[in-house]
Design a protein around this ligand. Structure first.
Ligand SMILES: Cc1cc2nc3c(=O)[nH]c(=O)nc-3n(C[C@H](O)[C@H](O)[C@H](O)COP(=O)(O)OP(=O)(O)OC[C@H]3O[C@@H](n4cnc5c(N)ncnc54)[C@H](O)[C@@H]3O)c2cc1C
Length: 450
C-alpha cells in the first residue's frame, strides 16, 4: 500500500484506477503523486507488524507498566527487567541474529518504542531501548568483525549497555566544531583518547551490568578547522568482562525528570583504544554519527508519542467522568475542541515517526536506491521536531484537565511531562538543529550555510 504524498490530490478509491491505494482510518483513498520535495510513503502495518504491536503492547503492560513509577522514583531500571527485555528481542533491535540481535526492522523498532513510551511515560525504559537500538546498529554497519562479535551479543542480551557520547561542554549542537575529546594515533596503530563529554546517559548501567559496556564516541582526530572532515568515531568500552578500563572516570548529574537512566559526564585520560574499535573511516566519523542520530530521533519521536497517548487516554477517561455543573467536562466545547486539536497533532507526529522508520527500512534493508540518508535525516528531524512538542502539549493539557491535584505526586503526569521535556531542551539534538537539518536539506546549502 503505497501513497504519493504531496502537492496532493486525494480521490476516493476505487473511483479512479491506476494509482496506489492506502487504507487509513477506515477509508481507502487513492493518492496521486505530483513530485516535488516529498517522497512516497507507505502508511500501513503489515500483518506481522500488527501482531507484533499487539504482543508488544501486552508484554510492556505486563512487565513495565506496573513498575514505571517506581523506576522513576528509584532512579534505575531493574537489571532483571533489562535482561528480560534482552531475551525478548527488545534491545539492539536492528542488530542481526548473527550478532545476537533479533534483526528487527525500523518500523518494528518504532512500534516497540511507541509501546515502551506508553508503558513507561517517564521515558526511561524507552530511552534505554532506543539508544541501544540506534547505536549498536552503527557498530554492526561500521565496526570490525571483532568489535561486532565482542560487543553486540552482550548488549542485545541485556548484559551490557551501549549508548552515545557526543555532547561536549562548549555545546552539543555543533558536532563539526567539537574539540574536547581528542584521539591521536600511535605508530603501532593504537589510539590514545583524552577528553571529556558532558550530558551522557548510561554510566550507571555500564557500572552495574555484569559485562559492562560503553558508548559510540565522537572524537576529534585532526584540526578543529577541518570541522566534520576530522572526526573519528569509536565503540568505546568503559568496562568489559566486568573490568573498568584505566583512565576512565564519570560524574553523575542530578536530573529533574526521567530518573531511570542516569546521565552525567565522562572523562578519559590517555585511554588506549585498539583500532579494531574504530567505526568507519579515519576522519570519516561525522557521516556515521549522523546516521545513528537519524535512527535515534525517529525512535525518540515514537517514544514521545507513546507517552502522550498514555496521557491522552487517561485524560479522556477523566473528561468523561468528571462532572462540572452537572455535565461531564468532555461535553464543554472549550475542552473537547482542545482534545481534538491535541489528537490531531499527536496523530500527525506519529505518522512522521513511521514515515522516517519506513524510509530507513527502505534504505538499510531493502537497499532502495531512490532513498538517501538525507531523506531519512529530514524525515527523522521532522519526527523529532514535532513529536516531543505535541507530547509536551498533551501532558500540559491533561494536567490542566485534572486540576490542582496534578501538581502533587499522587498523580504521575508530571513524570511524563518531564520525560518529554528532555527532548525539547536537547536530548538527541535540539529543536533548532532539527529545523536547521530540514531547511538545509530542502532549501540547499546556498541558502542555509553550516
Ligand atoms: C536528558 C538528556 C539526556 C541526554 N543524553 C545524552 C547522551 O546520552 N549523550 C549525548 O551525547 N548527549 C546527551 N544529551 C545532550 C544533548 O545531545 C544536547 O543537549 C544537545 O545536543 C544540545 O546541546 P547543548 O545542550 O549543549 O545545547 P547548545 O548546543 O549549546 O544549544 C543551545 C541552544 O542553541 C540553539 N542552537 C544551536 N545551534 C543553533 C543554530 N544553528 N541556530 C539557532 N539556534 C541554535 C539550540 O537549539 C539550543 O536551544 C542529553 C540531553 C538531555 C537533556
Amino acid at each position: 500500500m503505497i501513497i504519493r504524498w504531496f502537492p496532493v490530490i486525494l480521490i476516493p478509491y476505487p473511483a479512479v484506477r491506476g494509482g496506489c491505494a492506502v487504507c487509513f482510518g477506515g477509508f481507502e483513498i487513492l493518492i496521486i503523486g505530483l513530485g516535488g520535495v516529498f517522497v512516497a510513503l507507505d502508511l500501513g502495518f503489515s500483518e506481522d507488524e500488527a501482531i507484533f504491536r499487539k504482543n508488544i503492547h501486552e508484554f510492556f503492560e505486563r512487565r513495565v507498566a506496573p513498575s514505571w513509577v517506581s523506576i522513576d522514583e528509584r532512579g534505575e531500571i531493574p537489571v532483571d527487567l533489562l535482561k528480560e527485555l534482552g531475551k525478548s528481542g527488545l534491545i539492539a533491535m536492528l542488530v542481526s541474529p548473527e550478532y545476537g540481535g533479533p534483526g528487527s526492522s525500523m518500523v518494528s523498532s518504532t512500534i516497540a518504542l511507541e509501546e515502551a513510551g506508553y508503558a513507561d511515560p517517564s521515558l526511561a525504559t524507552a530511552v534505554y531501548l532506543l539508544v541501544s537500538t540506534a547505536w549498536p546498529y552503527m557498530v554492526q554497519l561500521y565496526g570490525s568483525e571483532e568489535a561486532k562479535s565482542e560487543i553486540l551479543p552482550k548488549v542485545a542480551s541485556g548484559e551490557g549497555f551501549f549508548g552515545i557520547a557526543s555532547t561536549e561542554a562548549q555545546g552539543g549542537s555543533d558536532i563539526a566544531g567539537f574539540r574536547t575529546m581528542r584521539a591521536s594515533r600511535r605508530k603501532d596503530g593504537e589510539w590514545v583518547i583524552t577528553g571529556e563529554k558532558s550530558i551522557v546517559g548510561g554510566m550507571v548501567d555500564v557500572e552495574r551490568l555484569p559485562w559492562g559496556g560503553g558508548w559510540f564516541l565522537i572524537t576529534r582526530s585532526g584540526a578543529v578547522d577541518d570541522r566534520h572532515r576530522s572526526l573519528t568515531t569509536f565503540a568505546f568500552l568503559a568496562k568489559k568482562d566486568g573490568k573498568k578500563v584505566d583512565g576512565y572516570e564519570y560524574h553523575i548529574m542530578e536530573e529533574v525528570g526521567r530518573h531511570g537512566v542516569k546521565t552525567g559526564s565522562i572523562r578519559l585520560s590517555d585511554v588506549a583504544v585498539d583500532d579494531r574499535y574504530r567505526l568507519g573511516e579515519v576522519n570519516g566519523g561525522f557521516r556515521v554519527a549522523m546516521q545513528g542520530f537519524n535512527l535515534a530521533r525517529c525512535l525518540v519521536g515514537a517514544a514521545s508519542v507513546g507517552a502522550a497517548r498514555w496521557a491522552l487516554d487517561r485524560g479522556l477517561d477523566w473528561l468523561k467522568q468528571r462532572n462540572m455543573r452537572d455535565r461531564p467536562l468532555a461535553s464543554y466545547q472549550g475542552v473537547n475542541f482542545r482534545f481534538a486539536d491535541l489528537y490531531a497533532e499527536l496523530d500527525a507526529a506519529r505518522l512522521l515517526c513511521y514515515k522516517a522508520a519506513w524510509l530507513a527500512d527502505r534504505y538499510y534493508f531493502k537497499k532502495d536506491p531512490t532513498v538517501s540518508v538525507n531523506d531519512i535525516a529530514v524525515a527523522s528531524a521532522c519526527a523529532k521536531l514535532k513529536a516531543p512538542e505535541a507530547a509536551f502539549q498533551v501532558f500540559q493539557e491533561v494536567m490542566k484537565w485534572h486540576g490542582g491535584m496534578s501538581f502533587f505526586k499522587d498523580l504521575p503526569f508530571h513524570r511524563g511531562l518531564l520525560g518529554v521535556l528532555a527532548y525539547l531542551v536537547g536530548a538527541e539534538g535540539s529543536q533548532n538543529v532539527m529545523r536547521y537539518l530540514i531547511a538545509r536539506n530542502i532549501m540547499g546549502p546556498d541558502y542555509v550555510p553550516p
